[in-house]
Write a protein that binds this ligand. Structure first.
Ligand code: PEP
Ligand code: MG
Length: 587
């Protein structure tokens, strides 16, 4: 065992993982052409049919795993359709017989033909089916060539995944508890894969030094410290022992914090602040309640649309929303309408490639372009509304008129549903997400029309500071306590107060214990975060006073350097809460 110094990346999801490495290498598959001898033909056809069977079996296994964990289990349905479709296999067989081609190449030729056919079709949904065909053919070819499919579905239990980059789609393929942790070279704390890791409680480090991926080989022991961003490769026994005892200490601390689950969140001088949970998938709601969430502050609905090539039907959506609302009731659940783009790009919508998707047709902008998608989601939300206390949140608003569009669309859909005889909750609230500088600076114009506002700092910071939230190279500039952000938050608080509406925060800034005094002092009424962060935040806030928080805010507001503000705030929190803040990243 070596005792080399730890490597570093950005702490993306807290917790410690110790385990063998599983390196995800996405190689290009080279398909070679081989002419068959007549005598080989029947054997080759047999080999092809067996490979289809094996590919089907592997996909079924993944689907069963996903269903068992409550993840959307039918995302592979389109692929199954292709696997079952006799024409694909029949045409490949013809290529083997007629062209004397090996099975891999016979399939490749059929894929090209299909792609040409799809290319000529105007309907983008149908055109997108070409990617399903590609996925299926690739899987069969992998079986034929004796390759393991790339992706995490085959990761052995307990491994630490090491990859240049991971997507939320990759993570959606693992079953709960399957992987112990992950390290990626790309990404930053607010990339969606990091957010998802926190939700799934998978310790993770992102934006790690690039050569790390090359240095690690399968099976090598790794320690990943998701609180500090440290990664130890092939650690010596002393380091393993140290981290194991740290794991025990953390488990005890978590146990202790669970005592705070049922207590109200109120500062010692009587200021109430509600702590809510962000969830990505419907099955996370149980965890959220276990950690004492006072409601769901953000359910990102994008995951219903990911990893599939068709769109979720209205009925399927009704069921998912009902599940969330009923489980959260009598607490409220904020369900955000679709916000794709940036680092969440599904194929089902047939969206065009954009050079800069973060500034492209995202959120509310897309609804104007694809009204049928928005309408189906609003219909599903309203149909599900009697199951609980629904609050709908509209993302990526950058002008009052966009919120008006959303409000009018909701009213229209409500009338439509009532005419059809559906029951809907008349009290459904419609809120606006403040995640563009334009919305923050015009919050006074938007707030009077909204039932509530929620600040999405992940995007707000990316647009205000001109820092790509997924780019590890500029992650050092991504500072939530930047004076520009603090000023925007002040403006939002003032606008919400004047309009008499609740102001929440659902960006990652809300769940970092170092920031909580600043947010308390600013007067943000609701903080929504990864479920496991709730108990710690509750403990800190219950042991704080709003007066001391205001003092800290007054001290840092005149400062000009984001770095200095961060240092002052963390220093103060460390002094007051030494045990709870032990692993703040700046340490
Ligand atoms: C945000 O932008 O802060 C937010 C909560 O939304 P998302 O992270 O999904 O973009
Ligand atoms: Mg956002």
């Amino acid at each position: 065992m070596s005792a080399e110094s730890p490597r570093r990346g950005a702490p993306a999801s807290p917790g410690i993982a110790i385990g063998p490495a599983f390196v995800l290498r996405r190689e290009r598959m080279v398909i070679t052409e081989r002419r068959l001898d007549e005598s080989e033909v029947e054997g080759e056809i047999e080999r092809l049919r067996a490979a289809f069977g094996e590919a089907r079996r592997r996909l079924q296994e993944i689907r069963a795993g996903m269903q068992a964990t409550g993840l959307v289990g039918d995302i592979f349905d389109a692929q199954f359709l292709f696997l079952e479709d006799p024409t694909l296999i029949d045409h490949a067989v013809e290529n083997i017989r007629g062209g004397l081609l090996n099975a891999e190449w016979a399939l490749q030729r059929e894929l090209r033909r299909l792609q040409r056919e799809f290319d000529g079709i105007e309907d983008p949904y149908i055109r997108e089916r070409a990617s399903d065909a590609g996925f299926v053919v690739r899987r069969v070819q992998q079986v034929l060539m004796g390759r393991e499919p790339e992706g995490l579905q085959n990761a052995p239990p307990g491994v630490i995944v090491v990859a240049s980059e991971l997507s939320t789609g990759d993570l959606a393929q693992v079953t709960r508890g399957q992987i112990a942790g992950f390290v990626t070279a790309s990404g930053s704390r607010t990339s969606h894969v990091a957010i998802m890791a926190r939700s799934l409680e998978i310790p993770a480090v992102v934006g790690a030094e690039h050569d790390l991926v090359d240095q690690v080989s399968d099976g090598l022991t790794l320690i990943v410290d998701g609180r500090t961003g440290r990664v130890l490769i092939d650690p010596d026994e002393a380091a393993v022992a140290r981290y194991r005892s740290e794991l025990e200490r953390l488990a005890k601390l978590t146990q202790e914090l669970l005592r705070y689950v049922d207590l109200p969140t109120e500062s010692r001088d009587g200021v109430r602040i509600a702590l809510l949970a962000n969830i990505e998938q419907t099955d996370e709601i149980d965890d959220a309640l276990r950690y004492g969430a006072e409601g769901i502050g953000l359910f990102r609905t994008e995951y219903l649309y990911m990893n599939r090539s068709d769109l979720p039907s209205e009925d399927e959506q009704v069921e998912a929303y009902r599940r969330v609302l009923a489980a959260a009731a009598p607490r409220s659940a904020v369900i955000r309408t679709l916000d794709l783009g940036g680092d969440k790009v599904p194929s089902g919508l047939g969206l065009q490639q954009e050079l800069n998707p973060a500034l492209g047709l995202r959120g509310v902008r897309m609804y104007q372009d694809r009204p049928e998608v928005f309408r189906a989601q609003l219909r599903a939300l309203l149909r599900a509304s009697p199951a609980g206390h629904l609050k709908i949140l509209v993302p990526m608003v950058s002008a009052q008129s966009e919120f008006v569009f959303a409000r009018e669309s909701l009213q229209k859909v409500a009338r439509e549903l009532l005419d059809e005889g559906h029951e809907i909750d008349p009290e459904v609230a419609l809120g606006v997400m403040i995640e563009t500088p334009a919305a923050a600076l015009t919050a006074d114009q938007i707030a009077p029309l909204a039932d509530f506002m929620s600040i999405g700092t992940n995007d707000l910071l990316q647009y205000t500071l001109a820092v790509d939230r997924t780019n590890e190279r500029v992650a050092y500039l991504y500072e939530p306590l930047h004076p520009a952000n603090l000023r925007m938050l002040q403006q939002c608080c003032q606008a919400a107060r004047r309009a008499g509406i609740v102001l929440g925060m659902c960006g990652e800034m809300a769940g970092d214990p170092a920031n909580c005094w600043i947010l308390l002092a600013l007067g943000i009424g609701e903080l929504s975060m990864a479920p496991s962060s709730i108990p710690l935040l509750r403990k800190i806030l219950r042991e704080s006073t709003a007066a001391e928080a205001r003092e800290l805010l007054a001290e840092v507001l005149p400062l000009t350097s984001p770095r200095e503000i961060r240092q002052r705030v963390e220093e103060r929190m460390r002094r007051r809460f030494p045990a709870e803040t032990e692993a703040l990243p700046g340490e």
